[in-house]
Every structure is written in C-alpha cells, then in structure tokens.
Design a protein around this ligand. Structure first.
Ligand code: FAD
Length: 299
C-alpha cells in the first residue's frame, strides 16, 4: 500500500489500519478509522496534512474524543489524533502557552498550582485543549474562549498560521475555529491568584461533578441547553430518564447524559437521541439540538 510506504514509514508512530474508534471515544463506540495516525511533532503533522492534500484524501482530526459520536461504519481517509506529542505547557508572566493535546484537567490543576487563575472550571472537563477551543467548552459560568490570546493552526495545505484574539469568535459550545484548520496550541491569559485557593476551587468543582454526573461512559451533555432552561430538566420533566435503546440509556442521575451500559452501538445512541428529541417535542413543542459532534459513516 502506497500510503503506508510513502507516509507511514516516515512517521515515528507509523499508521494503524482499521483502528476501532471505540478505543478512542469516551462513549466507547465507533467503527474503524481507515488510517489512524498520531503525529509525533508539528513537522509530522504538516507532512500528514500535505500528503492528504496532495492525494485528495479526507482528513479528520480529534483530541480526546469526549464530545464525539463516531457512527458504526467508521471514518474514511486519515484520522489524526492530537495526543501526547502535543501535550506541553510553557509558563508566561500572565498565562501560558499549551499544546492542543494537553488534557484540560491537567491544565487546570497545573495553573492552579502555579497561582494562575481562570482555568479552575476546566478541572473536570475531560477534553483536550484543542477540543475545548473548537467547542468553547465551559462550566460554572466560565468558558475557554474568554481566556484565549491566540491560537496556532496548520491549514489545509500544511501552512502554519496564528489567529489572534481579534480574529476569533466564540459562542455557546461553538467557535469559528471549527473547520479553520488543525489547532496545534494556544496562548491563554490568566490572572494571578492564591495557589491554595485555586486548588480548592478545582477540587470543589470536581466534587460537584462526581456528585451530579454518572460515572459510566458518556460524552457529557448530549443536548444544548436552552437560553432559559437546561436541556436535562426538560428531558426529566418529559419522563425521559431511564429511556433505553439497546445498551444506550438516558441517565437516571442526569437526564442530559446518555450512558453506555456496556455494549451500546453508535446506532443505539443515535436512535435514543432521536427518541428523546421526539419525546420533548411532543411534550413541550421544543426541538432539542445535539451538542455532540456526529461523524463517520453508517454501517
Ligand atoms: C464526563 C464528561 C463531562 C463533560 N463536561 C463538559 C462540560 O462541563 N463542559 C463542556 O463544555 N463540555 C463537557 N464535556 C464535553 C467535552 O469534554 C468537551 O466538549 C471537550 O472540549 C471536547 O474536547 P475533546 O478533545 O474531547 O474533543 P473531541 O471530542 O476529540 O473533538 C470535538 C471536536 O473538536 C475537533 N477538534 C478536536 N481537537 C482539535 C484540534 N486540535 N484541531 C482542530 N479540531 C479539533 C474535532 O474535530 C471535533 O469536531 C464533557 C464530556 C464528558 C465525557
């Protein structure tokens, strides 16, 4: 196979063929990625992007897979995981520069320990910095976009560029970084704070989550909240808790979570999402919109 010879042989981590995406998503579902790659450096990432562009191959990038529903037929083309090689933190006077693969909980804890305030909300958000920027992940009234000074990306033809704050637009669980390129890192602005106080805020938010969120595989909140009401309350009021398709189940603990009881497929989860939408529409006339990103092909 040309791709393995021409590209794979140059990459430190090689290429995996038909890699099950269920191994890389927090829901633990998803069919195979045709070609699965973990670039070991920015240079390798650029080589991968250029190869895909030269050969007209589709390329999908993801971080920790905690907001992703990959359909059971999997993803065609190249699938790039921004993992450990893009996991770094460099401290600056009033903030930090971090790699896109850095897990948000580690970023939150490290910043608190350093006496830098602003990231405490992220201690329990299991995504990577790259995913948190695309999704504008947030909690407890704070969100990632408000901290950003600039973002570095690799464009579709392999060019590296930086977008400053003035070029960035963050909304509720969305940003104009979606589709803008592959994020390799970002500079965040933080405030000075007391390490002990910041660390206890991180712990407080984590304890809140442990109390309120189910511990089974999920992708966090499935539906976007309405401006005046959390989606979970609507689902609960409509009687949706405990609804089930196969091993996909609306959590009894938090109605905006769909949990995988063991052997759920993406198709079970999608069917359950549809059933919950119909239930809430019939009961309240409201169309719930999914927050999770659905990608890949049906089986
Ligand atoms: C238990 C649990 C709790 C959660 N709680 C919260 C919460 O409180 N608040 C909240 O906002 N979210 C929450 N989430 C959802 C999720 O963690 C966030 O949306 C997170 O930001 C996703 O990051 P990720 O790295 O997992 O992204 P992924 O799921 O890997 O990808 C999400 C999207 O970002 C894109 N993407 C990822 N990395 C890059 C990159 N480097 N360059 C370009 N595009 C990229 C992908 O293509 C995809 O479109 C929760 C999820 C779970 C499982």
């Amino acid at each position: 196979m040309d791709l393995e010879r021409e590209l794979g042989s140059k990459l430190l981590n090689g290429i995996k063929i038909n890699e099950p995406m269920s191994l890389h998503t927090s829901w633990k579902v998803g069919g195979p990625a045709d070609y699965f790659l973990i670039p070991a450096s920015q240079g390798e990432l650029v080589d991968i992007v250029r190869y895909a562009s030269d050969h007209d191959l589709p390329l999908f990038v993801f971080g920790n897979g905690t907001n992703l529903l990959v359909r059971d037929g999997g993803i065609r083309g190249l699938v790039v995981h921004m993992g450990a090689p893009f996991h770094y933190i460099h401290w600056e006077k009033n903030g930090l520069v971090a790699g896109a693969g850095t897990p948000m909980p580690q970023l939150a804890r490290a910043a608190a320990h350093k006496g830098l305030a602003g990231l405490e909300y992220a201690g329990g958000i299991p995504g990577s910095l790259g995913g948190a920027l695309v999704m504008n992940a947030g909690a407890y009234g704070s969100y990632t976009g408000q901290l950003v000074k600039d973002v570095t990306l690799v464009g579709p033809d392999g060019n590296i560029f930086r977008l400053g704050r003035e070029k960035l637009d963050f909304g509720y669980r969305c940003s104009n970084l979606a589709g803008a390129g592959i994020i390799t890192g970002a500079r965040l602005k933080l405030e000075e704070g007391d390490p002990a106080e910041l660390e206890s805020r991180v712990e407080f938010f984590l304890a809140e989550r442990r109390r309120r969120h189910p511990q089974l595989p999920s992708a966090g909140s499935v539906f976007r909240n309405l401006p005046d009401r959390p989606a979970g309350r609507l689902i609960e009021a409509a009687g949706g808790k405990g609804m089930r398709v196969g091993d996909a189940c609306v959590s009894e603990q938090h109605a905006n979570f769909i949990v995988n009881l063991g052997r759920a497929t993406a198709s079970d989860i999608l069917d359950l999402i549809g059933a919950v939408q119909r239930l809430v529409k019939e009961r309240f006339g409201i169309e719930l919109q999914p927050e999770v990103k659905v990608v890949g092909e049906e089986k």
